[in-house]
Design a protein. Structure first.
Length: 343
């Protein structure tokens, strides 16, 4: 009887592993297809061979400029920003055990946005200055939230409420900056706030790329601790997880990634909110879904950008499309949580 029970457990684990591998592989293949589509499609559709030759450094009239200067930076910005948004959203939702606890809702993105809009409208800065200001503001927002929600013990509900309040305050700051800024600065700020891959440049991408390459592996390694923390503070501590230290590392890495992604593309709406639940629904429970969540974020951003470019007569920024996709899910989630008495 005991051996039979062990065999059932092992078989179930193998089945969950196969499902995780299949889903992760499928998401990666879809991301590759969307990356190719980003390079091939535009005002002019170029053959795959010409695109490959242009990427390898060969000068082809028209193709080299369109692919290397416009389409490649746009694709890379969507790829790395989507991965950063997806992972960060999943980390916060899992760590705080609440689907509403994502960087968009609890004010972290608003902190980065307020700093970026200040740099654009007041300092008339761009590039590295905006990136540094976004990261510093995002980290400062997290520190203030953590201090205000700490009390005698850490409280998830208190953190979320504090975050929502800070988000409202920072959104008001953004509105004030737009109201008093010079007329010529408003379009740039609004375009940035809507979340867009338009105008992405290769020289603006290194901070985002480096942060994802360095910090994403750390978050992936800590994924097993994240699953234990989802069981609760006491259970995780009993199982040997240094919860405070792990939480600090997870928050710092996630905030740095999402702040740099926000500085590069603007706050693309609902990507961090949708990626975790979709990844968990597809890949199931039992294994860390950090990688699937990042890949879902990539696919959401790239697919939404393609839809915004080619599905309508007017071209829309990617943040408009993700907002259209995410708003109904937010309403559904609030209704479901209200029925369960979780609100």
């Amino acid at each position: 009887m005991k051996n039979q029970t062990i065999e059932i457990i092992v078989a179930g684990r193998r089945q969950r592993r196969r499902r995780w591998i299949l889903v992760t592989g499928s998401l990666a293949i879809l991301a590759c297809i969307l990356c190719c589509a980003m390079l091939l499609l535009g005002n002019t559709i170029y053959p795959l061979g010409d695109v490959i030759r242009a990427l390898s450094g060969e000068k082809i009239k028209g193709v080299s400029f369109a692919v290397s200067t416009i389409r490649l930076p746009r694709m890379l910005a969507g790829l790395f920003a989507g991965f950063a948004f997806g992972i960060a959203g999943y980390i916060f939702q899992t760590m705080l055990r609440n689907p509403l606890a994502n960087p968009n809702v609890i004010g972290i993105t608003s902190g980065s946005s307020a700093a970026a809009v200040f740099c654009i409208t007041v300092l008339h800065a761009s590039g590295a200055v905006v990136s540094v200001a976004s990261v510093v503001a995002g980290l400062a927002t997290v520190v203030v939230m953590y201090i205000l929600s700490r009390g005698r013990t850490f409280s998830i509900g208190r953190l979320i409420l504090v975050g929502i309040g800070i988000q409202a305050m920072l959104d008001a700051v953004v509105s004030y900056l737009l109201l008093v800024s010079a007329q010529q600065d408003i379009p740039s700020a609004l375009r940035w706030l809507s979340g867009s891959l338009n105008g992405s440049k290769m020289d603006e991408l290194p901070p985002l790329v480096i942060s994802v390459v360095i910090l994403a592996p750390i978050l992936i390694v800590l994924g097993k601790h994240l699953n234990l923390m989802e069981l609760g503070e006491q259970s995780a501590t009993t199982l040997g997880v240094a919860t405070d230290r792990t939480r600090v590392v997870l928050i710092l890495c996630s905030v740095c990634m999402i702040a740099l992604a926000t500085a590069t593309t603007g706050p693309i709406a609902f990507v961090s909110f949708l990626s975790g639940p979709i990844a968990k629904r597809l890949a199931g429970a039992g294994f860390s879904n950090v990688i699937p969540a990042g890949l879902v974020g990539v696919n959401l951003v790239l697919a939404s950008d393609l839809i915004g470019q080619f599905a309508f007569e007017v071209r829309y920024p990617v943040g408009i499309i993700t907002g259209i996709l995410g708003a109904p899910y937010l309403i559904y989630l609030l209704i479901r949580m209200n029925r369960k008495g979780e609100l």
